[in-house]
Design a protein around this ligand. Structure first.
Ligand code: AMP
Ligand code: MG
Length: 399
């Protein structure tokens, strides 16, 4: 049996994924409305001033200020009106939020602050030049940087780009991803189980998590524990995709054919086995520009390894340099006894200002992920951790 000391560390493994993976720099132009969760491949420069005119921030009166407190009201300007009435000092127009302030007005007063006397108003408060007027281009000026290359377009970004009249954006093409699930025992949910069978969940889960991250189209391919089928299926998956994520079949059991099949197809092994729990038999390799991960079959281990190793590669595809999940130190909520000496990722829940390690840490148990919003990282050779000790807490991206 090999000793743990010959295995590479998590940090080394993460570094190797980023170092040896090749990402395509293909870009495409697309309609803004279709660009949710795509990443900008170019800066977006505003072609307009926003607001495009001096804009009233209030319902009230636009004034040409003078030294007396009374103003004569000469008509109104509503939002959307193409009007620019000329006001002499001492004259005002009724104005509404979002309307264009006349060029000859130099203040807007809130309607709550005036007293109306027929066609006149009186004002009992000091006026300040340009009060309640949003200057033209105060949000962004024509030629200004609206959003930087590398921004992943979420709803707010799409709204902002729409607000400056953008209809098309240039984004990075997304990698095509195949999930290959291996195992004779796997049945699709909906079909009654025979003795010895279990329901397939890794493919369904990983494709759903990928959708949460904006990767809408993934192929899920199922393969039994048979060498020829594993080899043929993996070869085809590698030919047709940029990233292939295999689950199961990567350990050392007699029916674990993934390692041999990948080797025989000509996949270059970058690493196999990491000194970690869960996910010791993790595999990463490449063939041409295709990245291939072999994740554990146990669902909770597969998901943790997905977040720790596959997610950073997706960030690399998105042009990001900041590829790891956000992490910070947080006090652990209770004493924790660490089993074994490998580094560990524990399913955990941040509640208020501390992090709780959840029950059900077994690699086979997915349920603890229900409430998990983080993984706690325990470095190798840690014995016991006292309540209140700061621990590295990795925020899951999909909560
Ligand atoms: P393996 O890595 O193939 O030895 O699988 C480890 C454990 O994970 C076994 O109990 C498998 O039955 C289970 N497993 C493997 N693949 C899946 C899957 N796609 N869905 C659910 N459980 C799985
Ligand atoms: Mg298996």
């Amino acid at each position: 049996m090999e000793s743990d000391s010959t295995l590479i560390s998590i940090q080394t493994a993460q570094g190797l994924v980023l170092k040896y993976s090749t990402v395509s720099s293909a870009i495409l132009d697309m309609n803004l409305n279709d660009a949710l969760d795509f990443v900008l491949a170019k800066d977006v420069i505003s072609e307009v001033d926003m607001p495009p005119f001096r804009q009233s921030a209030m319902d009230g009166y636009a004034l040409n200020m003078h030294s007396a407190i009374r103003y004569a009201v000469r008509g109104e300007v509503k939002a959307g009106d193409n009007a620019n009435p000329i006001l002499k000092p001492g004259q005002a127009v009724r104005i509404f939020t979002g309307a264009a302030v006349p060029d000859t007005a130099n203040a807007v007063i809130m309607q709550e602050k005036v007293t109306v006397h027929g066609n006149e108003i009186s004002i009992q408060m000091p006026l300040v030049t340009e009060m309640n007027i949003r200057p033209q281009g105060s949000q962004i000026k024509r030629g200004g940087l609206a959003l930087a290359k590398g921004t992943k377009l979420k709803g707010v970004h799409i709204g902002f780009l729409a607000s400056i009249g953008i209809t098309k954006v240039t984004v990075y093409a997304k990698p095509s991803i195949a999930i290959v699930v291996t195992g004779n025992e796997l049945k699709a949910p909906g079909i009654p189980l025979e003795h010895g069978e279990i329901y397939e969940s890794n493919g369904t889960m990983l494709s759903a998590v990928l959708r949460e991250l904006g990767y809408l189209k993934t192929s899920i391919i199922t393969v039994p524990d048979a060498y020829d089928q594993t080899k043929n299926t993996l070869r085809k998956a590698i030919e047709a995709h940029d990233v292939v994520v295999v689950t199961g079949g990567v350990s050392v059991g007699d029916y674990d054919f993934v390692g041999k099949a990948l080797k025989d197809i000509g996949v270059e092994e970058i690493f196999y086995k990491v000194k970690q729990k869960p996910g010791k038999p993790l595999f990463f390799g490449k063939k041409g520009t295709v990245s291939i991960f072999g994740l554990p079959g146990n669902p909770a281990a597969a998901l943790s390894c997905f977040y720790i190793y596959v997610y950073p590669l997706l960030k690399k595809y998105e042009g990001g340099t900041d590829t790891q999940l956000l992490s910070f130190l947080m006090p652990i909520a209770s004493d924790y006894e660490v089993k074994g000496d490998r580094a560990q990722f524990l399913k955990a829940q941040i509640i208020a200002d501390s992090v709780h390690v959840l029950g059900g840490q077994s690699s086979a148990m997915l349920q603890a992920f229900d409430t998990a919003n983080a993984l706690v990282f325990i470095p190798e050779n840690t014995n016991s951790i006292k309540k209140g000790t700061p621990v590295k807490t990795i925020l899951l991206p999909t909560k």
